[in-house]
Design a binder for this molecule. Structure first.
Ligand SMILES: Nc1nc(=O)c2c([nH]1)NC[C@@H]1CN(c3ccc(C(=O)N[C@@H](CCC(=O)O)C(=O)O)cc3)CN21
Ligand SMILES: CC(C)C(=O)C(=O)O
Ligand SMILES: [Mg+2]
Length: 276
């Protein structure tokens, strides 16, 4: 059985912190699940950490479906959430198509949409029709050309709007909310005021849970990892060291050995090559 959105609500009520981690393919999803990650997010950060773009904007619905399907195949217990990409949910009709394809073709348990008041009617319609929706406020990277990649809602007016948006998303039926790059005291206040779990990234320890990007926690991101990330391993360096050894051994002739190769009876070889 997979984790359900009811389990997430129960975790908040029980005061158990919720862990979410991104994954983008089959082997990483398997590893996340084996490590005990209950929620796997197929983030559109894919565009940056996997495809090498500067933003998340070039990611398409087809990209997300392909990767989300692999993550679903790699998990049997995790709750899998996928981001809907930039401008695939700006109209109700587009949002329905995107959510339908993501759920039917990838098999995810929920979708995540960025933004507040402008998308609340669309979120309400989706949840009324049975689509589990996760919200995302604060720094919403799909708006990075208008917001930048910096901390949001530091001033009272913007902070009030964020709280109002959070409440409106809860009322519209979202089952959880991501708060990205907002001041810790504000994120804590929002978490206390909502019934649904608030999952922070760069939003302090007062949230109901945390989310991080796979490549950031494992030291795989070659770009500049955000300040809010903690590196739990240096897998990038481990990979480079291993690959350097592979290069050296092929060049020196140390690899492959007879154990890596198939044998053939000498008379079979002689008959095959004959007078050749
Ligand atoms: N590797 C990666 N990690 C992420 O957390 C992440 C992505 N990519 N791509 C999609 C979004 C974009 N995110 C980002 C990316 C960069 C910064 C950043 O450069 N932040 C500044 C601090 C800004 C401030 O404190 O105001 C930094 O110096 O880290 C923040 C969020 C979060 N998401
Ligand atoms: C950083 C998380 C919340 C995200 O939206 C992503 O990885 O795309
Ligand atoms: Mg995202």
């Amino acid at each position: 059985m997979r984790t359900t959105l009811f389990d997430l609500q129960a975790m908040k009520q029980a005061g158990r912190r919720i862990v979410m981690l991104t994954a983008y393919d089959f082997p990483s999803a398997r590893l996340a699940e084996r490590a005990g990650v209950p929620i796997v997010l197929v983030g559109d950060s894919l565009g940056m950490v996997v495809y090498g773009h500067d933003t998340t904007l070039p990611v398409t619905l087809d990209d997300m479906i392909r990767h989300a399907a692999a993550v679903v195949r790699g998990t049997s217990h995790a709750f899998v959430v996928a981001d809907l990409p930039f401008l695939t949910y700006a109209t109700e009709a587009d949002a329905m198509t995107a959510a339908r394809r993501m759920m039917q073709q990838a098999g995810v348990q929920a979708v995540k949409l960025e933004g507040g008041a402008p998308i609340v009617p669309i979120v309400r319609r989706l949840t009324e029709l049975g689509v589990p929706v996760m919200g995302h406020l604060g720094l919403t990277p799909q708006a990075q050309h208008t917001l930048g990649l910096r901390v949001q809602a530091r001033q009272a007016a913007e902070a009030r709007r964020l709280l109002a948006d959070a409440r409106a998303l809860e009322d519209a039926g979202t089952f959880a909310l991501v708060l990205e790059l907002v001041p810790a005291p504000l994120a804590e206040a929002v978490s206390r005021r909502l019934r649904i779990p608030v999952i922070g990234i760069g939003a302090g320890a007062g949230c109901d849970g945390q989310v991080q990007v796979w490549h950031d926690v494992l030291g795989l991101y070659d770009g500049k990892s955000p300040r809010h990330a903690r590196r739990y391993a240096d897998i990038g360096t481990a990979i480079e060291t291993a690959l350097r050894q592979y290069v050296d051994e092929v060049q020196s002739g140390a690899f492959p050995t007879p154990a890596h190769s198939a044998r053939m009876d000498k008379d079979e070889l002689d008959r095959a090559l004959g007078e050749d």
